[in-house]
Design a protein around this ligand. Structure first.
Ligand code: ADP
Ligand code: MG
Ligand code: ZN
Length: 250
């Protein structure tokens, strides 16, 4: 079906406006809308998260969660003036980290910024595939995209087996973005000792003598990447509200 031609601008993306007896060209609304749609497509937000907005994020009766939501809405309003430029959402699974990070990304895109969603594990797989000539993945494409995207949403940071290669790769991406002051919006459920996260937890089977030693963020991405990340991100600690998916099934 042919696209309908915009009546205001005849499809040129520019409309003529009269002001104080003078006429001039101005960007037409349809051009903004088309750019918005293109930006949203290019952000590649996974279908699972396609519906995550601020509007459908519930505060679950927690004033801490409400405060975080307001802080993030303010972050979007101020963007890119915020200092530090990025965000790091830390907390247990199901507390809404990805939902909120996607809501932020979406709003920044609505404001005309370019951003991309990347799952940490998937990013590393794509970068690794780039070294394999048979993979069909173009060399360095994923790597460069992660380095250069105006806004990078890095979801589930640290959810990957640690190797020197992983550590070096993550460090170089984070360091590059830090040096260029390009924001990262990251989420992680790894505890961080300095942030008051507990590295030792009782196992969920409840047996009193069994404890699960959790790897820390620093162990999973390396000390250098961790410290650059803390330097360039505002740290947002999710409250202990439990897993939304479990709570909403009740
Ligand atoms: N406060 C909330 N209000 C509405 N939906 C929520 C909330 N918290 C989580 N969810 C939903 O629960 C699911 C899991 O949330 P998610 O953001 O993926 O958690 P996390 O990234 O912290 O593990 C998603 O479908 C998300 O939309
Ligand atoms: Mg998540
Ligand atoms: Zn138009």
């Amino acid at each position: 079906m042919p696209e309908q031609t915009c009546e205001r601008c005849g499809g040129t993306g520019w409309k003529i406006v009269e002001k104080d007896g003078l006429s001039g060209a101005q960007r037409c609304e349809c051009a903004f809308a088309a750019r918005g749609e293109a930006l949203l497509r290019r952000a590649r937000i996974p279908v699972n998260y396609a519906d995550d907005h601020f509007d459908n994020f519930s505060d679950r009766g927690s004033s801490d969660l409400r405060a975080i939501q307001l802080l993030l809405i303010r972050y979007c309003q101020d963007f890119p003036a915020g200092d530090p430029p990025g965000l790091l959402l830390i907390g247990e699974p199901g507390t809404g980290k990805t939902h909120l990070a996607v809501a932020v990304l979406r709003r920044l895109i609505e404001h005309g910024f370019e951003g991309v969603f990347m799952d940490y594990q998937n990013l590393l797989d794509r970068i690794r595939a780039g070294y394999d000539p048979l993979s069909g993945e173009s060399p360095r494409a994923a790597y460069e995209e992660a380095m250069d995207a105006e806004v990078l949403l890095l979801d589930d940071l640290g959810a990957h087996r640690v190797t020197d290669w992983v550590e070096d790769t993550v460090t170089s991406i984070i360091t590059h973005r830090c040096n260029e002051r390009k924001p990262v919006i990251a989420t992680t459920n790894l505890p961080d000792a300095e942030m008051g996260g507990t590295l030792v937890e009782r196992m969920s089977d409840g047996a009193p003598s069994r404890y699960d030693i959790k790897s820390s963020l620093a162990e999973k991405i390396g000390m250098r990447a961790r410290s650059r990340l803390f330097e360039m991100c505002r740290i947002v600690r999710m409250p202990k509200v439990g897993d939304y998916r479990v709570a909403s099934r009740k």
